[in-house]
Design a protein around this ligand. Structure first.
Ligand code: SAH
Length: 346
């Protein structure tokens, strides 16, 4: 009978060192293998050329490397790249490379599907199958870093957790992945270049504050009026705006980090002065930035982007109240790679 092999990347460096000691080898062998697994992103034990053949065989007998495979890569006319990523159990997630003049941003997934039910988001139509492991999140980043070097001649500069899934509902694995991404034994990226985007899970926002994380936080708000927010993001009934706001106040008191809100303006839903006023009132407790994102239509056509006038009204009102505002155009729409369009269509 085949004994089930362990995912070697679930081991910490110390555990790996310990494993080699138990095998009668040197702890240092653990460091070498660890470097292959993370810094050098080895897909298999064969690649570990400074490890003896017998040791590689022994590793092969005991462990697997559950590396992701980029199954399909699509390129948008604007340079955006979407990867369909196959996981070791055959499930698929998507990640996106977004190039600008000066930056390359990776948009990565944290779950297969999503358990939330935002009515405007294509991913919400997919059942949540499982959480991604830290190594599966890390691998997505490495794949995009490689593509950035290959196609744009520069390394990846930023990461946003805005792909499939709700990162704060896979908190431990997301944090472990970020630890590896920022560690000198991983990619050595600055946490300041990472943003975790959440629909707003108050308990987890408090936890992040307590742990004094160094990466940025973005909240997908879309409405500061409970009734409206619940109608488009039904889980808001469970985590109402008052709880979200208190958690964010706590976050700000601990981190002193500005809060970013993501916001889409839809025709007939939140394109009124009353909606903007509620937003201004909601943000007032801390320095804030509102990213107004363009709506990317998904199949059922229930939602419609608001008029330019409505967006301008938002912009002017927010600015008048000292709130930073940016209006973002979508990227990668032609290949369904824009916000809210990730749904494994191909
Ligand atoms: N679950 C996390 C991250 C994934 S979504 C979150 O909710 O923040 C990334 C962003 O895209 C969120 O702000 C989300 O509200 C937004 N979004 C979802 N569907 C969209 C669509 N069809 N058009 C534009 N933005 C959308």
């Amino acid at each position: 009978m085949e004994i089930s092999k362990k995912d070697i990347r679930a081991l910490t460096k110390e555990q790996l060192r310990q494993f080699f000691v138990e095998q009668g080898d040197k702890a240092f062998r653990g460091n070498q293998v660890y470097e292959w697994l993370w810094q050098k992103s080895a897909y298999d034990f064969e690649a570990m050329t400074n490890i003896s053949k017998e040791t590689r065989k022994m590793l092969e007998d005991n462990f697997v490397i559950n590396h992701i495979r980029v199954d399909q890569m699509q390129r948008s006319s604007d340079g955006t790249i979407k990867n369909a990523v196959r996981l070791h159990d055959g499930l698929i997630v998507e990640s996106v490379l977004i190039p600008t003049e000066t930056r390359t941003t990776a948009c990565v997934s944290s779950q297969v599907g999503c358990s939330l039910d935002c009515r405007f988001c294509a991913t919400s139509r997919l059942k949540r199958m499982r959480n991604l492991n830290p190594d599966e999140i890390y691998d997505q980043v490495v794949a995009i870093d490689n593509e950035s070097r290959l196609y744009f001649d520069r390394p990846l500069s930023n990461i946003v957790f805005m792909g499939m899934g709700e990162p704060l509902m896979n908190y431990n694995n997301v944090l472990k992945a970020i630890d590896k991404i920022t560690s000198s034994e991983g990619l050595g990226m600055s946490p300041k270049r990472i943003v975790v985007s959440t629909s707003g899970v108050p308990k987890m926002i408090r936890k992040m504050a307590d742990e004094e994380v160094k990466f940025g936080l973005a909240v997908s708000l879309h409405s500061a009026i409970d009734e409206v927010r619940t109608s488009i993001m039904p889980f808001n009934a469970k985590f109402p705006l008052k709880d979200l706001r208190e958690a964010l106040e706590y976050w700000y008191s601990k981190t002193k980090n500005r809060i970013t809100y993501e916001y889409v303006v839809w025709k007939g839903i939140n394109d009124t002065q009353e909606a903007v006023d509620a937003l201004v009132k909601f943000c007032k407790f801390a320095p804030s930035k509102v990213n107004i994102i363009e709506y990317n239509p998904i199949d059922d056509g229930e939602f419609q982007q608001a008029s330019n006038n409505a967006v301008t009204m938002y912009q002017k009102t927010l600015e008048r109240n000292g709130i930073t505002v940016t209006v973002r155009r979508s990227r990668g729409k032609d290949i369904d790679a824009a916000c809210g369009q990730l749904a494994n269509k191909s």
